[in-house]
Design a protein around this ligand. Structure first.
Ligand code: B4P
Length: 193
């Protein structure tokens, strides 16, 4: 199995690049952001809880997202590989993911980490907020809070995989196609080795 984590701050291009990578490498896309937004639009109790946190730019509790990922892994027994997008976002989520994959006798092969400046992140998210209807994208203060939350809780997840020698930094500024090519180059070199 080929399992990869696409990592980076909010607005770094994880969702955008995931859409292309899953097609090229035949991976099952697991985006905790998308799973949470589905819960919100279905107005489930979990969705109601998530909504109030997400609209403030805060992370949803670990046990909620770990539970969602665990069910998604169990629900896709035939997958030949997973692309984790927006997960793990805390050290506790990273520990849980390693254990879940171990139970399935597999592991993370690579973490691709997109590097984008804060000003570019804010610009992209505000632009998306003009049309997406996403409550967390149309307010400068909420976007800044998401970036603070990333620096406070999520950046450390890269250290977790750095210790396992699995992190590759990729420049996340440029055209979508340029960034996609850079990501593919890294994946291809790992697949061949
Ligand atoms: P997510 O849905 O994961 O979304 P994101 O971090 O906002 O964005 P992403 O990185 O995927 O967006 P992209 O750059 O592709 O999270 C939303 C919220 O859900 C979190 O704040 C949190 O509350 C909650 N949550 C999710 N997972 C969680 C977890 N594991 N634990 C706890 N809470 C969790 O796109 C951004 C924009 O940039 C787009 O408009 C795109 O078109 C544009 N763009 C992309 N690439 C570009 C490029 N190269 N040049 C110019 N623009 C580009």
């Amino acid at each position: 199995m080929f399992n990869l984590i696409l990592f980076g701050p909010p607005g770094s291009g994880k969702g955008t690049q995931s859409e292309k990578l899953i097609v090229k490498y035949n991976l099952k896309h697991l985006s905790t952001g998308d799973l949470l937004r589905t819960e919100i639009s279905n107005k489930t109790p979990l969705g109601l809880e998530a909504r109030s946190l997400m609209e403030k730019g805060h992370l949803v509790p670990d046990e909620v997202v770990i539970g969602m990922i665990s069910s998604a892994l169990d629900g896709n027994p035939a997958a030949t590989g997973f692309l984790f997008d927006g997960f793990p976002r805390t050290s506790a989520q990273a520990d849980a993911l390693d254990k879940l994959l171990q139970l399935k006798k597999t592991s993370i092969c690579i973490m691709l980490a997109l590097e984008v400046s804060e000003e570019e992140l804010v610009k992209r998210l505000l632009k998306r907020g003009e049309t997406s209807g996403r409550m967390d994208d149309n307010n400068d203060a909420v976007i800044r809070e998401r970036i603070i939350e990333y620096n406070r809780k999520t950046a450390a997840v890269a250290d977790h995989y750095e210790k396992l020698n699995k992190v590759v930094m990729v420049k996340g500024e440029g055209s979508v196609d340029e960034i996609f090519s850079a990501l593919c180059e890294e994946i291809d070199s790992r697949i061949k080795n």
